[in-house]
Design a protein around this ligand. Structure first.
Ligand code: FUB
Length: 325
């Protein structure tokens, strides 16, 4: 199968979170921009300042860019780096979840509310209490309970939160080491207002290997790094994520949105560019993988969104549609 073209080329749109609202596909991406900052493990080169929301009536059809939906200056607590966002709908309102560095340089997760999927969005003046790290991904289950998944190691600072408090000195210990489980993503239930975590607070989302034991920290080709996503298929929960420095998109399957999950294999091999990030959504009876690469720019920090079809194999595991042929 030929490499698909980017959905848009007039802006760089990365980290695409796709949802179907009102019969259309809406994509909530990061808006990459040019910078002189050199690439580093801290991710300083991802210096984004606003969000544009994209929509389309059909996969492969024309894409509308709805313009700036939220920007750094709109949010009192944000200093810089508006990274990968996501959105959810509840009771006719739309919630944009976004990570950014606060004035102390700590990544937090904010929420902004709008009347339409494309915004504009009005941000809460403070980040979601108890939120930290990056890459929020929302999921509303069939019973109406909403969840927020998040976390990312290295520049995403998850390694600083092992104790539940931010430990700046832990930044250099970029991940778990020695004979211990990998650092796991986080999940919290959202209150009905969609703007706060419930009193159950933030939990670890355990991903087990096929042997039933938590994925080990040394398994860089399958341990969680960043880019959490959750979807449901045939009554089961699918948690998918990036392995970061090994550049795979993987998935794990479980029977509860809170886990535990069991590793189920790779969805996407490394693409052009260092980061790999994605979302998965069903549209008109088919399943789609939204992801990004740097094929248009050749630069790690200028990424473009693409889409490919996914299918489920006989065991319910995900594969690219062409991989089944
Ligand atoms: O876009 C900035 C960061 O790069 C995201 O938060 C990560 O998932 C990676 O794609």
């Amino acid at each position: 199968m030929a490499d698909p073209k980017p959905l848009v080329s007039h802006i760089f749109a990365a980290d695409p979170s796709a949802h179907v609202f009102n019969g259309k596909v809406y994509v909530y991406p990061s808006h990459d921009r040019e910078t002189d900052i050199e690439d580093n493990d801290n991710g300083d080169q991802y210096d984004m300042v606003d969000y544009h929301i994209l929509s389309m009536d059909s996969i492969g059809g024309p894409v509308t860019d709805h313009g700036i939906a939220l920007k750094v200056e709109d949010v009192p607590w944000v200093d810089k780096q508006m990274w990968a966002p996501d959105a959810a709908e509840k009771d006719g309102k739309y919630y944009l979840y976004f990570p950014a560095r606060d004035k102390q340089g700590i990544f937090r997760i904010g929420v902004a509310v709008g009347e339409k999927p494309e915004g504009p969005f009005k941000p809460d003046p403070e980040p979601i209490p108890g939120s930290y790290s990056i890459d929020p991904a929302s999921f509303v289950d069939d019973d109406g309970q909403a969840y927020l998944y998040f976390g990312g190691i290295w520049g995403g600072q998850l390694q600083c939160w092992r104790t539940g408090k931010f430990v700046r000195e832990a930044f250099e210990s970029q991940e778990a080491s020695g004979d211990e489980p990998a650092l796991f993503p986080r999940v919290a239930k959202l209150k009905d207002n969609m703007r706060e975590f419930t009193s159950e607070g933030v939990q670890e989302l355990v991903i087990n290997d096929e042997d039933g034991k938590p994925i080990h920290s040394s398994k860089h080709d399958r341990r969680f790094f960043e880019a959490a996503w959750m979807h449901k298929y045939n009554g089961r929960y699918y948690f998918s994520y990036s392995t970061g420095d090994t550049h795979y998109l993987c998935h794990a399957i479980g029977d509860s949105p809170l886990g535990p999950f069991t590793y189920a294999g790779r969805i996407l091999e490394p693409v052009e560019g260092w980061t790999t990030h994605h979302s998965i959504c069903e549209f008109q009876g088919r399943w789609w993988l939204f992801y990004h690469d740097t094929s248009l720019s050749g630069k790690n920090h200028l990424r473009s969104t693409k889409v490919r079809e996914l299918v489920y194999d006989g065991q319910g595991k995900l594969k690219l549609a062409q991989a089944q042929a």
